[in-house]
Design a protein around this ligand. Structure first.
Ligand code: UDP
Ligand code: MG
Length: 326
């Protein structure tokens, strides 16, 4: 039977942790009782440099349930995405399948069983997707929606209305660990892995206790990171704009020359206005062109895997094939 780990990033979550411990342990016990996961499944809490009693609570819970509750303490606050990655990579070697969930219990724990079922059906990645955003404020809802639309426009593959509540098989996490980039945006990275995926739908609830650790500033930073880590479209847009302006300068030239010959212009205006349009366009075009190369360098330095092997058919013993090197 598969050993499940549930990874929970926590930053200053002392108010909610007690409820979370209980609820998640109940979930584990319930699933083990139904024979869906092995009884040695565990929870892994990652303390993202909290300034309150979060770590102390995790220590106490580990002391009370040493087989079920594990903890990792990061040396400082590195942010949700990094804390989650630290958890995933720690859990990778100890479990067959991992689910990540926020500490605040906004995500529906009942969806976990469905995720496990989908995993047993052969999916390596299962996304938790929110049905509606009734409990989010109007502001959060609209900004989030704009963000997903913008990501789509920029050509970033990501799952609509999915945050970081997801299941990943051990080999999916293994593959994920090969993405060595420093600017993490997990919602964009996981779809790159490319293994068989499924979705489960759930209603997102209010925070069980405490308040959001994602103020507008952090949200904007995440959004910008999401776009800039996955798309060099903004650079292409600058280049496109440069091209348009150069083209426009030709129209402006015709207009200026006609005005010049019909004689109703100030002396010097024609040459001045033409230079402004043409040079401006040319400069943008050149910046865009340089940007294209920088974009390529950017993509190269990430050293992302060029492909991920899903299955191999051969007459050899597949375990001995190093699939990476195929
Ligand atoms: N979190 C974290 N480090 C941070 C900020 C948040 O580990 O710097 C965790 C937090 O404890 C929670 C999850 O990330 O488990 C999501 O944060 P939150 O629920 O505050 O975000 P929201 O649901 O409001 O977008
Ligand atoms: Mg939350």
């Amino acid at each position: 039977m598969d050993r499940l780990s549930i990874v929970v990033p926590c930053y200053n979550e002392e108010e909610v942790l007690k409820i979370t411990f209980q609820a998640l342990r109940d979930t584990l016990n319930d699933l083990a009782k139904k024979n869906k996961i092995s009884p040695d499944s565990f929870l892994l809490f990652v303390d993202d440099g909290s300034k309150d009693l979060t770590w102390k609570l995790i220590e106490e819970e580990h002391a009370a349930f040493p087989k079920q509750v594990y903890g990792v303490k990061l040396a400082g606050n590195v942010g949700h995405q990094f804390a989650l990655t630290a958890g995933l990579l720690t859990a990778k070697d100890m479990s067959d399948v991992t689910i990540s969930i926020d500490a605040d219990l906004q995500d529906d724990l009942n969806a976990i069983e469905e995720m496990i079922d989908k995993f047993h059906e052969g999916n390596d990645i299962v996304y938790g997707v929110r049905k509606e955003r009734k409990t989010d404020s109007f502001f959060k809802r609209t900004t989030a929606q704009c963000f997903y639309k913008l990501m789509e426009m920029m050509g970033v593959k990501s799952v609509y209305n999915h945050a970081d509540f997801r299941l990943m098989s051990r080999r999916a996490v293994e593959q994920f660990s090969k993405y060595q980039e420093t600017n993490l945006y997990l919602r964009g990275m996981v779809p790159l892995i490319g293994y068989q995926t499924e979705k489960v739908y759930y209603d997102r609830k209010e925070r069980a206790a405490g308040e959001s650790k994602y103020p507008l500033k952090k949200m904007l930073a995440l959004a910008f990171n999401g776009i800039s880590s996955f798309s060099i479209k903004p650079i292409s847009m600058v280049m496109g704009l440069g091209l348009c302006i150069v083209f426009f300068s030709i129209l402006a030239a015709i207009y200026a020359l006609v005005s010049y010959f019909t004689g109703n212009v100030e002396p010097g205006w024609t040459s001045l206005i033409l230079s402004i349009w043409f040079l401006g366009g040319l400069q943008l075009l050149a910046i865009g062109l340089v940007g294209q190369y920088i974009g390529k360098i950017y993509m190269e330095v990430k050293h992302r895997p060029r492909y991920n092997v899903e299955k191999v058919l051969s007459n050899e013993d597949t375990n001995e094939l190093e699939t990476d090197k195929l």
